[in-house]
Write a protein of this length. Structure first.
Length: 404
């Protein structure tokens, strides 16, 4: 009973933290148009600032993962909450390209990274038995999707009712709740050392990292995750603009983002559950391949509100459902000891793709007046991501087996 209670306390706390950090972060696309109108900086400049945020969010995760491996996740999450809240709170007063990059691109993004996947999944992997890690990863990941489902419509309502400044400051204050949510993750240095001691094999972080990068399967994970980042960041940043170009109201984009989040709850838990009995590389290949097909069908469909809702539901099933199998494969290949760092590095590749997805989306619409070329690139990259996961060397899963 105690073990079961510990499991759910850890998983629910981590999922709630991710719900706030990811929910707020995934709603920033709703502020692109208001920021553009208020600052007059132009869509390309605003998109570039958010693209920098995609890159920084990814770069921060392995760095904070290393810190969490040393001092525990609680201290890292508290620091990130303060950083994220501060960055969002000062954004309404940033009227230059540099100011916007500093607030949204660096401070907010780095703070969100400190309370995101690599830290939370790493903490769970170090404290849970191997046969529970895949489901735990899926459940925690679903928390981020639930956050998107909740925060996207809330942000749109706040923007419509009180203006984007009040909405931004309100979301900034909300991020501080992650400090309270992280209390169950507190550990003394001695307890943290005891938690990771059973997985120590005498190998240092530097040795483990060099070993990982000599493994072709690890590079395959990076390549697939790059495409995932490109796809997600493009949509999060530019879906509201795509909806507007189709002559539909802003409520359609907010509802679509919420539907994506709701559908991904099912997808994330399902991916975590399937990862216990199926090879995760095949799960990833199916997810990326289905995205390619979904985008092609969207381009051929009439652009109505129903089309966007159906498109969002289909995409939502695989949206961030790639996280549990990717993290699970890293754990399978290299063990849980340095998972926060090694998975954080794959997230960095994810966000390099995210940088290009967010930035090039702005460039495309500014140059051509539409996002067509971005959609075509997305179809090709998703198909390639499906193929690149197939060569990964993964043993057939066995319930109760060790992670490495």
């Amino acid at each position: 009973m105690t073990a079961q209670r510990t499991f759910w306390t850890l998983v629910l706390s981590s999922a709630a933290i991710l719900a706030v950090t990811m929910g707020v972060r995934q709603s920033t696309g709703l502020f692109v148009s208001p920021l553009n109108s208020s600052t007059g900086l132009g869509i390309v400049t605003v998109s570039f600032a958010l693209a920098v945020g995609q890159f920084v969010w990814g770069a921060a995760q392995p760095l904070f993962g290393m810190l969490a491996d040393r001092v525990g996740s609680f201290r890292v999450i508290v620091f990130g909450a303060v950083l994220m809240a501060f960055g969002m709170a000062i954004t309404p007063w940033m009227d230059s390209s540099f100011g916007l990059i500093l607030s949204m691109g660096i401070l907010t993004a780095a703070g969100a990274g400190a309370g995101s996947f690599s830290i939370l999944l790493g903490a769970a992997a170090q404290r849970l038995p191997a046969d529970k890690r895949s489901f735990a990863s899926g459940f925690i990941n679903a928390g981020g999707s639930f956050g998107q489902f909740v925060f996207a419509p809330i942000a749109q309502v706040l923007i419509s009712a009180f203006g984007w400044v009040i909405a931004m400051v309100t979301l900034a204050a909300t991020t501080l709740t992650t400090i309270l949510l992280a209390l169950p993750l507190r550990q003394s240095r001695a307890a943290h050392a005891a938690a990771v001691a059973p997985t120590l094999s005498g190998i240092t972080l530097g040795e483990q990292t060099r070993f990982a990068f000599r493994n072709p399967s690890y590079w395959c994970l990076h390549a697939g995750f790059f495409t995932c980042g490109f796809h997600i960041s493009f949509l999060v940043t530019h879906l509201p603009s795509e909806v507007a170009l189709c002559g539909l109201p802003a409520s359609v984009s907010a509802a679509s983002l919420a539907i994506i989040g709701l559908a991904n709850i099912v997808g994330s838990i399902g991916a975590g559950w399937l990862g216990q009995t199926h090879r995760m590389k095949f799960i990833l290949a199916w997810m990326y391949g289905s995205r390619s097909v979904a985008i092609a069908l969207y381009l051929m469909a009439p652009k109505t509100d129903l089309t966007f809702y159906l498109f969002a539901a289909v995409l939502g099933l695989t949206w961030l459902s790639t996280v549990p199998p990717t993290a699970g494969l890293v754990g399978k290949l290299f063990g849980p000891r340095y998972l926060a760092t090694l998975f954080g590095l794959t997230l960095f590749s994810h966000q390099v793709g995210g940088f290009f997805g967010a930035w090039l989306g702005g460039v495309a619409v500014d140059s051509t007046g539409s996002y067509n070329w971005m959609w075509y690139a997305d179809i090709v990259l998703a198909a390639l991501a499906a193929l690149v996961n197939l060569p990964i060397r993964e043993e057939k899963p066995q319930l109760g087996a060790a992670a490495a």
